[in-house]
Write a protein that binds this ligand. Sequence first.
Ligand code: PXL
Length: 270
Amino acid sequence: MSTPRIAAIHDLSCFGRCSLTVAIPVISAMGVQVCPLPTAVLCAHTGYPSFTFADFTAHMREYAAGWDRLGVRFDAVYSGFLGSAEQIDIVLDFCRAHPGALRIVDPVMGDDGAVYKTYTADMCARMRALCEAADCITPNLTEACILTGVPFSKDMTCEDAAIIAQQLSETGPARVVVTGVEFQDRVANVCYERGCTSFTVQTARLGGQRSGTGDVFSAILIADAVNGVSLEKSVEKASHFVCTCVERAIDMDLPRTDGLPIEEELRNLR
Ligand code: PXL
């Protein structure tokens, strides 16, 4: 049996445990080969007070063409943080060029009820098109609201998120996971799978947001999806893995920007 292979289209933030620096170890630990197609290379992610940034857009198509010349095939295409409208189009074209591959999109566009400052209306529209072409999407609640046009409120419930998840699924993706729905001392991931009932997985809400949490969560879902694990089992696994890593980060007194200390926990992912 061969090792499943995915293309991960994401930035490489070289310090701060997010995007490719967590996607590669997490997905590899779960027995899936990762081929990164970087969108940008940063010395540290954008949550730090300063960072250097090299845009990779101009090279992405030639790298994808390089894989084509080698005849590289993929079981899944995973896209994360995309920095421009052109990059979103590149992902759409890449998906079209690999029609048999599962398409999993984490539409990294915003947080805390707001769109990221760098995200234009045109980018939002194109991201909507990319999500419509996906098999599975993992927006946080803010992103789910941006994608559907539903006004965001901090008081939204799991029931609200379930309705939005179904609405999103009706536009294309069979599986939708709305992450980070917070209430009292809990945080929930609300899931909708076409043809099945919706379900919610809750864990304890420990402290505030930590960088890269969504990236670790999505990476687990992607590896499980190509390994044929059910969505419910996968969301349970990802939610509890993230929660365990957050507990460890708190014990270590790790700054929130430094992300989740996955290193010691990776062995428990298989
Ligand atoms: O974790 C999302 C993410 C990915 N990539 C970059 C980021 C962030 C969040 O801040 O800055 C470059």
